[in-house]
Design a protein around this ligand. Structure first.
Ligand code: HEM
Length: 535
């Protein structure tokens, strides 16, 4: 078995024992706190505590902090609020539930969530403060770290502080323009995708095809060998990798949602799939390390690998130039895969979901594509396609792939707005407090996007410059490292499909139904029919 951060097979046993201990602890604590708050109030309000000179809240006072206008608690200890979230996820209206809370309680409010009081915000100034201006005051928090760590180890997506700085410095150069703008990298996999699209007008589900395509492209970029999940003749091992990847992604989303109750997570398939993924990657990582050791010491190198790495950029081999730590390379490769695979596929499926219902947008986009005269697009071609960039902007605005996110305060700190009855005063965030931010709500704010904020209208991007009120890729030091990669792959795929097909029709009578796991996607996929272009 590949080396993993710790022995996965032992985790259920430790988990059970630890779970039992924590369960008993929780029952005692909850019982105590229910007894101590017989009337089920929230205790002293933030205003009371700020005004109370004996509590040492000088910091909040000095910064002019005021409590948000609404501090809410649905049911005992906010249990109802947690249940509303769980149910809305099942009922496919999670994004609108949170948006509804914001329209009822304001852009910033606090909410009791079991043992904690969480700040909810959809204010661009607060989000900018957390992600950039006071970056060092916030971490991704233990929930995300613990949810990811068993499979993704110390990869960039699950670490904070100096470990994150190290990961970012290691990975950043690999996403430079030269590495990801070679559009040939995308062509083989788009060709495989096109083979699956029927030419007789029958229905095709594009979302699944996009997921397979982005896995195939990413695996080739990362390991030097594609999983080829779009090909019938792919190896059983590679097919298993694709299935295991989906199992781990979905289970990781559940683990994040369980938060402090994560230790009760029981899913044998998750642990087995996590070990399987690392095992699969192991051979590529070992090859890269062996090759690097041989090359650096002037020994004979594997000619096939030499030919491959001379011809194309292979991430695992580039990482091996910087570290020979097998666990670290595996952690980073898997982390990039989880960050980059579903995200790009979902952008494509959401865009085609919309195009199938909006012939006006399809026609304008296709006119831009046809101006290429049928040639396969270069990176420069893609960059020059203004209307396509507006279409992607609009897809990512209305359906941000990461609709919510959260950070945890490392120190006592302050967010600039959201406090007081008018919401203009700063808000105090205590050390350890979680701040949840809704990019989805912010992206639909009529104050920024106008009265038609809910409408899909690419043309709005002709003049719109929303700054921090538009954050599909996050901002600040942890901004998405793969943004250019994603937009190049999505653009290339879109152009090639529009070159091959002249018309698209929706074959799904339902309106948009969301599915929020780690990312936002369409619950019913993207069912369409495509009419081949006359050549
Ligand atoms: C439409 C496609 C994509 C969207 C919307 C997207 C969005 C995001 C967002 C919102 C974050 C910040 C997460 C956080 O800090 O909490 C992020 C981080 C990240 N993304 Fe993307 N992403 C996309 C595609 C990709 C691709 C294709 C790759 C790689 C091939 C990638 C690699 C990463 C990595 C490594 C991080 C972590 C950066 C760090 O923590 O420093 N992403 N992405």
């Amino acid at each position: 078995m590949a080396p993993v951060p710790f022995n996965l097979t032992q985790v259920p046993l430790y988990g059970t024992v630890a779970g039992a201990v924590v369960f008993v602890f929780c029952v005692v604590k909850v019982t105590q706190s229910i007894r101590s708050t017989k009337t089920f109030t929230l205790g002293p309000t933030l205003e009371d505590r700020i005004a109370d000179t004996s509590t040492g809240w000088n910091f909040a006072r000095q910064n002019g902090c005021k409590a948000p206008a609404h501090s809410v608690c649905h049911g005992w200890f906010g249990i109802n609020m947690i249940m509303e979230m769980v149910n809305s996820n099942r009922e496919h209206n999670f994004t609108e539930l949170i948006r509804g809370w914001h329209s009822k309680y304001g852009s910033t409010f606090t909410a009791r969530m079991a043992t904690r009081t969480t700040i909810f915000t959809a204010e661009s100034k607060n989000i900018q403060t957390m992600l950039a201006l006071k970056f060092k005051d916030f971490s991704i928090g233990p929930v995300r770290q613990n949810a990811l760590r068993p499979v993704f180890g110390q990869g960039i997506f699950s670490v904070d502080g100096s470990r994150w700085e190290h990961s970012r410095a290691l990975l950043r150069p690999n996403f430079s323009r030269a590495q990801i703008t070679n559009t040939e990298m995308y062509e083989n996999h788009v060709t495989d995708l096109l083979e699956h699209v029927p030419r007789d007008g029958s229905t095709v589900e594009l979302q699944d095809l996009f997921l397979r395509q982005t896995l195939d492209t990413a695996s080739e970029f990362l390991f030097g060998e594609s999983v080829h999940s779009l090909r019938e003749d792919n190896s059983a091992e590679a097919a298993l990798f694709a299935t295991q990847f989906t199992t781990v992604t979905d289970a990781t989303a559940i683990r994040i949602r369980m938060g402090p109750l994560m230790m009760f997570f029981r899913n044998k398939e998750y642990w087995a799939s996590g070990a399987g993924l690392r095992n699969y990657i192991d051979k590529f990582v070992q090859k890269a390390i062996d090759y690097r050791i041989a090359a650096d010491s002037g020994q004979k190198v594997d000619p096939k690998i030499k030919e491959l790495t001379d011809r194309q950029y292979v991430f695992s081999h580039e990482l091996a130039k910087q570290t020979l730590d097998k666990t670290e390379i595996t952690d980073q490769l898997l982390s990039i895969l989880i960050a980059g695979r579903d995200t790009t596929a979902n952008l494509l499926s959401i865009t085609f979901f919309t195009l199938a219902r909006r012939p006006d947008i399809w026609d304008r986009l296709r006119a831009e594509v046809l101006a290429l005269g049928g040639r396969k697009p270069s990176f420069e071609d893609l960059k020059s396609m203004t209307y396509m960039s507006w279409v992607f902007n609009e897809s990512l605005r209305l359906y941000p792939i990461v609709p919510f996110n959260f950070r945890e305060a490392i120190n006592d700190t302050v967010l600039p707005v959201g406090g007081g009855p008018d919401g203009r005063s700063p808000v105090f965030v205590s050390k350890g407090q979680q701040v949840t931010f809704s990019v989805y709500t912010m992206h639909r704010d009529p104050a920024v996007y106008g009265a038609d904020a809910d409408e899909y209208r690419p043309e709005r991007w002709e003049k719109l410059r929303p700054g921090w009120a538009y954050l599909p890729f996050n901002g600040g030091p942890r901004i998405c490292i793969g943004q250019q990669f994603a937009l190049t792959e999505a653009g290339y795929t879109t152009v090639r499909i529009l070159q091959e097909f002249e018309r698209i029709e929706s074959r799904d009578p339902n309106p948009w139904v969301e599915d929020v796991k780690l990312t936002l996607s369409s619950a019913n996929g993207t069912q369409v029919s495509l009419t081949p272009a006359q050549k």
